[in-house]
Design a protein around this ligand. Structure first.
Ligand SMILES: NC(=O)c1ccc[n+]([C@@H]2O[C@H](COP(=O)([O-])OP(=O)(O)OC[C@H]3O[C@@H](n4cnc5c(N)ncnc54)[C@H](OP(=O)(O)O)[C@@H]3O)[C@@H](O)[C@H]2O)c1
Length: 288
């Protein structure tokens, strides 16, 4: 049995990833992360309504990636659920950044939240071949593309440390206007995803026996993006948004597909993409 933890799995792309894991791979046990216990239970009920047998392979885990205490409690729950077995993978899907206090939330959930979960759960991963999937976004490479050459080198540098990324976040949050003038842009969501992509490089360097990769799910209709369509007076389909099931394809590839290497970033077509510019799905795969 392969045990897999997915964060933010109660809805959207995370729920689609959870469902795909269970329906496409019957040798899996899912730890369904949800920051709210009731929303986690509701997701379990939805899975059970589709197929009662699926729910038997799922355990809900209350997990708020923005809280040290919650991550620590979730670690105990998962350790107990594993009963001595190891985790096959951690899927860092939970994401935010467009609500009130969006900048702080984006960095706290999309970047610090991923680091908090990874550092806590890596000891439970299969030490040789365990996987970490980071659901990032094309907003990361787009952000880096707009940076100065010096900043670009920073974001692409696997030899940086977490403290370097943390310092940059502190700098941004202390004075976003000044940070923008210093080339950090005015898009905290893009910054959070650029930073988590750099963290992917760092993790792969520090854990050479794990497979650590990030991807964009694509432009997907979820609660996170529906407002974009509304604000532009268009339907999600008119803007080219796809379904959460479509958004699960690249993460599923990084989770259970055949991979060549670690520390890479993939497009929504599950092909390697650069970290410093956008690569459209279907265009030639990146190979540097
Ligand atoms: N949709 C897109 O077009 C798109 C594009 C690129 C990347 N992404 C990325 O895809 C991932 C999933 O997004 P989505 O579109 O599926 O959005 P969504 O429908 O809004 O789902 C976000 C999920 O993250 C959870 N979450 C938020 N803050 C959390 C926290 N502190 N701790 C734990 N869970 C938390 C949410 O839980 P609650 O239900 O409790 O709020 C929800 O389960 C995100 O990382 C997002 O940045 C999405």
């Amino acid at each position: 049995m392969r045990h897999i933890l997915v964060t933010g799995a109660n809805k959207g792309i995370g729920f689609a990833i959870a469902k795909a894991i269970l329906t496409e791979h019957d040798d899996t046990q899912l730890l369904l992360g949800s920051r709210d216990a009731a929303r986690g239970a509701a997701a379990m009920e939805t899975l059970a309504a589709d197929d009662a047998a699926l729910a038997e392979r799922v355990r809900a885990v209350e997990l708020d990636v923005a809280s040290d205490a919650s991550v620590s409690a979730a670690l105990s729950t998962v350790r107990e659920a594993l009963g001595g077995a190891k985790l096959h993978a951690i899927v860092n899907n939970a994401g935010a950044g467009f609500g009130p206090d969006g900048a702080r939330q984006a960095l706290e959930v999309n970047t610090r939240g991923v680091q908090r979960v990874c550092e806590a759960f890596i000891p439970l991963l299969e030490p040789d071949g365990g996987r970490i999937v980071i659901v990032s976004s094309a907003a990361g490479p787009n952000f880096v593309a707009d940076c100065s050459e010096e900043r670009q080198r920073f974001f692409l540098d696997a030899s940086t440390e977490w403290e370097d990324l943390s310092a940059l976040m502190d700098e941004f949050l202390a004075d976003p206007a000044a940070a923008a003038e210093r080339g950090l842009g005015s898009n905290p969501y893009g910054l959070s995803k650029a930073l988590v992509n750099t963290y992917t490089l760092q993790l792969a360097r520090r854990h050479p026996k794990l497979l650590v990769n990030a991807c964009t799910p694509g432009f997907i209709e979820t609660d996170m993006t529906r407002g974009v369509a509304t604000s532009r007076g268009a339907t999600p389909a008119q803007l080219g948004m796809k379904t959460p099931d479509d958004g699960a394809r690249a993460p599923l590839h990084l989770l259970l597909g055949k991979l060549h290497g670690s520390g890479h970033y993939y497009g929504s077509d599950a092909k390697r993409s650069p970290l410093h510019r956008y690569r459209a799905p279907g265009s030639p795969e990146y190979s540097e």
